[in-house]
Structures are given as C-alpha cells and as structure tokens.
Ligand binder design. Structure first.
Ligand code: ATP
Ligand code: MG
Length: 330
C-alpha cells in the first residue's frame, strides 16, 4: 500500500456553547461571568486513508461528521489532536493545500446565486487561478458527464436542486483536487439525479484515483460507492472496516414498493414477504435481502406492474442495530 494521503490522529473538537440565562437579570449576569457548556463533537478520532480510496463516513445526526470534515478542510481548528492531508496540516490553511482539495457541502452552496452557472464557475476559476485551457477542458468534460451542458446560461438560483448540485460538483473539481470531501452531496435529490451523481462520482474516482470521503444518509450512495466505511457515534470512532461486514450482518431486508396498472386486492403473492401497506393499486413489502430478485420476478410475472422500487433500510436503522448489538455485548 502507498503512503496515506490523509492521516488523522486523536482528533478532538470541543465546542463551547454559551449558556444564556433568561431575563434582564440573566443578561446582566452574563456580562460579568460567562457560563458555557462544552460539546465534545469529535473525541479522539484516528484513521488514515490511502490514494484512490472512496470511504463512506457514517454516523447518526450530530455524530461529528461535518465537524471532522471541517477540520480536515481547515475551516475549524481542532481542540487537540493531529491531522495531515497531502502532507499539510489543514488548519494552517496553506495555499498549496487549498489547490489540492475540495469540500462540497450539500446543505450549503458555494456558487454565486445571481449569476449564470458559467459565469459563476468562471469566478471560481479566477479565484483559484486555474489556467483557462484547463478550465475549459474540465467544464466541457464534466458538463457532458453530468448532463448539464444546456444549463450553463441559467442563473444559479433558477437551477433545480439536482442541477445546482451538479454545478457545485463541477466547481469543486475545477482545480482537479487530489482529495475530495463530500458532505451529503445527494441530499434532497430525486432518485434519478441521485443515481446520476453517484455514477459520476464513481467514474471520477476510478479515473483520477482521488481520495474521497463521503457522508450520506442514503444507504444506496454508500453501497454503490464505498468499500470501506468509517462510523462515528457521539464523536467517537465506532467502526472502521469493509462495508460488506456490516451489510451482510445487518441489512437483512429490503423494502419493495409496487404500483399496479389494475385494481384488486388479491394478487397471489403469499409468502413473498411481509406486507407493510396495501391498497388496490399499490403494495409495500418487506422482503429478505437474498430473495429480492426472485420476488420481483414472481410479482412481475403475475401482475401488471406500473412502477417498482427497491428501497434500502435507512442507514440510521442499520447503525442503530449495530450499536444495539455492541451495547448488548458489553
Ligand atoms: N458551531 C457549533 N457550535 C456548537 N456546537 C456545534 C457546532 N457545530 C456543531 N455542533 C455540535 O457538534 C455535534 C456534532 O455536529 P456535526 O454537525 O459535526 O454532526 P454531523 O455528524 O455532521 O450530523 P448530521 O448527520 O446531522 O449532519 C452536534 O452535537 C452539534 O450540535
Ligand atoms: Mg453533518
């Protein structure tokens, strides 16, 4: 194995949240003695990533994922601990490091709202001092891959959520970073756009061998893209290893939703799985993971299916099961 591109050692972040006391008296008191609570958002986390790795970074809400990514991007100083990204200490914020990594946050936008997409990207080009030839080449390739060529003159604020996220991705990749931090890049996207973004990310990672850390609450993203996952809970590292270890053990069922072209309750699907919801024109089933393909085939053979969808149980559920088991073991 090559030398790690990212090395994190005992990284810790404690936020101080000032406690406000109510009323005038409280406000006055606050002037003299500030009381604060400490939030241990990240607590002694260590891991390392090598070239080309695409790692899923998971954990329940508030686990500390975004905080870790912000520290690794140099947006936050840690309270203690160390990290090296491409040989740099991120919070020293050297320009050399800035030119080699990107952070994309699905909940925030980096593009200029009131400019057409192309101009907005152009501004990024100027800021990062990206050569024009490189800019043109990257934009041409990525707009084609992401299917947004015809959206380049649309104002950013008028783009759909999915189109905007694709533009954000292009913006994040303009300078051809070697490290990419993706914080919920598919949040709120419809199934089709999610798929498109995923396919793109997989292809891009394979081609450029960049190190990618991805947080997502969608199991599909993680399953499709990451062989390895790092899970944190309450700021502490909980699991670091192959995703297969987790899915084989904890993802035992999938949810199947079906829309039918005809209307009836009797569908002859006894033994296919546990019925969660049923109307004359739709059905929602819980099916053992290993039987999904066979069950789909059986339903399609005997019913006029208009639409079919296989849903993963939410990551939260899987992680909860994992946590429960570990706690029980202790
Ligand atoms: N600026 C801040 N000041 C104080 N507390 C904060 C701040 N930012 C985050 N926190 C707290 O730190 C903890 C970790 O937050 P963080 O945003 O890193 O979680 P997360 O794993 O990204 O969660 P999510 O899945 O909801 O995005 C939470 O308890 C959060 O309330
Ligand atoms: Mg977050």
């Amino acid at each position: 194995m090559s030398a790690p591109v990212i090395e994190v050692s005992e990284l810790t972040k404690i936020y101080r949240v000032y406690r406000k006391e109510g009323g005038v008296r409280g406000a006055l008191k606050g002037l003299f003695s500030r009381k604060y609570d400490e939030v241990r958002a990240v607590d002694g986390v260590s891991f390392s990533l090598c070239e080309g790795e695409f790692v899923g970074f998971l954990g329940p809400n508030g686990a500390g994922k975004t905080t870790v990514l912000k520290m690794l991007s140099g947006l936050l100083n840690p309270t203690s601990g160390n990290a090296r990204v491409l040989g740099f200490t991120p919070w020293e914020r050297s320009n050399a490091m800035k030119r080699q990594f990107s952070l994309l946050m699905g909940q925030k936008n980096a593009l200029w709202w009131d400019l057409p997409a192309r101009e907005s990207l152009e501004l990024n080009r100027a800021i990062y001092e990206i050569p024009v030839a490189q800019f043109n080449e990257v934009v041409e390739t990525l707009t084609t891959l992401l299917d947004v060529k015809d959206k380049m003159s649309t104002m950013v604020r008028e783009l759909s959520l999915g189109e905007r996220m694709k533009m954000e991705l292009i913006a994040a990749l303009l300078h051809r970073p070697k490290v990419l931090f993706l914080d919920e890049p598919t949040i709120g996207l419809d199934v089709v756009s999610q798929k498109k973004v995923r396919e793109f990310l997989r292809q891009y990672n394979a081609e450029h061998r960049i190190v990618t850390m991805l947080t997502s609450h969608y199991m599909g993203d993680i399953e499709e893209l990451c062989e390895r996952v790092i899970i944190i809970d309450k700021g502490r590292l909980f699991f670091d290893g192959p995703l297969d270890d987790i899915t084989n053990r904890y993802v035992t069922e999938k949810i199947l939703t079906l829309d039918f072209a005809d209307s009836r309750m009797e569908r002859g699907l006894e033994g296919c799985g546990e019925v969660i919801e049923q109307t004359p024109v739709s059905l929602k089933l819980k099916v053992p993971r290993a039987e999904v393909a066979a069950v789909c085939r059986r339903i399609l053979e005997s019913n006029p299916v208009r639409d079919i969808e296989v849903l993963e149980p939410p990551i939260e559920d899987i992680i909860r099961r994992l946590f429960d088991e570990q706690r029980a073991a202790r």
